[in-house]
Design a binder for this molecule. Structure first.
Ligand code: XMP
Length: 504
């Protein structure tokens, strides 16, 4: 398939030029698309949908569970970094998965023979904030439900549960999705939906309040899995250690893992990818990073479910100057997209995004989503403390290839080092620094997604897919003309900042 942008990039190629975000702009076109009406639905990977194309970077100053929860609530997905022990990373994943209480996999249960007195003591002792329990008989089969109403109408706490519980149940099979649960509970007007297997044994439960909140709740485009739990990813390295991590992460129902390296087109990455796909064929594996079309093609052939593009565009990266490699990011995205066009494998544009307008450019060039580090670092939800410097508030932001991050000895293989190195032997590929404190991430996301919507309106693209297909570029732009000029900015808008201010 030939796209409009092909001619532009072919011309650039003929001139021996590669371009990045500052060199290009999208051409506007006839539009019937209002920014508020566009759909931001896209895909992270072959099987993982997104409701907005924002992915947070697997960096120890960006993505831990608090930030991953917020990103998923806004339709994107966060990748928990790997600069922490595997058990701790799996714990972080579980925090995201359990946050919304979609499907409850292991509900607390009571027995038919327990007395109500005993159940009440159990609730007090465990400080449960709920009072609905599936009731199991001597064979561990579901016999009934003990609900708030049953407690209210029970005047004699010495009665046993089987005398008080509700027996008229609506149940569903173990595989019931949140959508099916929503429809069934609405139809049957039941506030709890126990799930049972063919032998009548309990295998999960939905609670109406949770289901309703997830389906219609806050007005945010929650990115949830089929059980109604927020989606989350996690970074892993290569080799046996990576497989150990995957095992722990899979137990927590991780949605996707990312083989997170500075050179995705290398033997150890290909081998790790094949091993994971062999053991976990249903788990989506994102692989990165690459910046050449031929590399992207090889990863598709090796079984990648998504490919991450970007070698050196990141705000904290020094890879390009230290190692002398890398291709300007917009050309890299385009070349990779062209090389794998029609394969069905989505691309993630990773690094170098400074303004909301860079997002439609990245997608226009061929990405399906963007991975952000700098723009999300410094938010309230990002890890780390706020520091004050010359009267301004900051949070730290550092490269995963910086000395500080590499000293943790958990992600040295990201930068091709077989073994952890003593400090004086580390050759870093990133810097350590700080970014202005940005308050709540929702304020950042409102501006980023708003800018993307506007870009789509100007291009006349109603969907992310259309933006990829319709985009055409012009270049090189006069940067001075693109930015505010010949004016002293007296009131900085929430979505425009050229460089972090150093002082008041
Ligand atoms: P931004 O521009 O959003 O980029 O801050 C985030 C991305 O940068 C990558 N990354 C690094 N690249 N050295 C590098 O060359 C590093 O130390 C480093 N740390 C992170 C990573 O892909 C991230 O998503």
């Amino acid at each position: 398939m030939t796209l409009r942008k092909d001619a532009f990039f072919e011309k650039m190629d003929a001139l021996g030029k590669a371009v990045s975000f500052d060199h290009v702009r999208l051409k506007t076109g006839y539009s019937e698309v209002m920014p508020d009406d566009v759909s931001l639905h896209t895909r992270l990977s072959r099987n993982i949908p997104l409701r907005s194309p924002i992915v947070s970077a697997a960096m120890d100053t960006v993505t831990e569970y608090r930030l991953a929860i917020e990103i998923a609530k806004w339709g994107g997905i966060g990748f928990i970094h790997r600069n922490l022990p595997p058990e701790e990373q799996a714990f972080q994943v579980a925090q995201v998965k359990l946050h919304l209480n979609g499907r409850i996999d292991r509900p607390r249960t009571v027995k038919t023979t327990d007395t109500i007195e005993r159940v009440l003591a159990y609730i007090r002792e465990k400080k449960f904030a709920f009072d609905t329990f599936p009731v199991l008989d001597g064979d561990e089969k579901l016999a009934g439900m003990l609900t708030k109403t049953d407690f209210e109408f029970c005047t004699d706490p010495s009665l046993v549960v089987s005398e008080v519980m509700s027996r008229e149940l609506v149940t569903a099979r173990c595989e019931t999705t949140i959508d099916e649960a929503y429809n069934l509970m609405r139809r049957s007007k039941k506030k709890v939906l126990p799930l049972i297997d063919d032998n009548g044994r309990l295998c999960g439960m939905y609670v109406w309040q949770d289901v309703l909140r997830i389906k219609t709740g806050s007005g945010l485009p929650h990115n949830v899995d089929k059980n109604g739990n927020l989606r989350v990813g996690a970074a892993i390295g290569v080799g046996d250690k990576a497989l150990e991590r995957v095992e722990l992460l899979a137990r927590k129902k991780i949605d996707a893992v990312c083989i997170d390296t500075a050179h995705g087109d290398s033997r150890s990455v290909h081998e790790t990818l094949r091993e994971i796909k062999r053991h976990y064929p249903d788990l989506d594996v994102v692989v990165g990073n690459v910046s050449e079309g031929a590399s992207a093609r090889r990863l598709v052939d090796a079984g990648a479910d998504a490919i991450k593009i970007g070698q050196g565009p990141g705000s904290i990266c020094t890879t390009r100057v230290i190692a002398g490699i890398g291709c300007p990011q917009v050309t890299a995205i385009y070349q990779c997209e062209k090389a794998i066009r029609g394969s069905g494998v989505p691309l993630i544009a990773d690094g170098g995004i400074r303004h909301s307008g860079d997002i439609p450019i990245a997608i226009g060039a061929g990405a399906d989503s963007v991975m952000l580090g700098n723009l999300l670092a410094g938010t309230k939800e990002a890890p780390g403390e706020i520091t004050t410097y010359r009267g301004m508030r900051y949070k730290s932001y550092r490269g995963m290839g910086s000395i500080g991050a590499l000293q943790s000895n958990l992600s040295n293989d990201r930068y091709g080092q077989k073994e952890p190195q003593p400090k004086d032997r580390i050759v870093p590929e990133g810097v350590e620094g700080m970014v202005p404190y940005k308050d709540e991430i929702r304020e950042v996301l409102i501006q980023l997604l708003g800018g993307l919507r506007k870009g789509m309106g100007y291009v006349g693209a109603a969907t992310i897919k259309e933006l990829k297909e319709k985009a055409d570029f012009c270049s090189p732009v006069d940067m001075q003309e693109s930015h505010p000029h010949d004016v002293i900015i007296t009131k900085e808008p929430p979505n425009y900042r050229i460089t972090p201010k150093e002082e008041n």
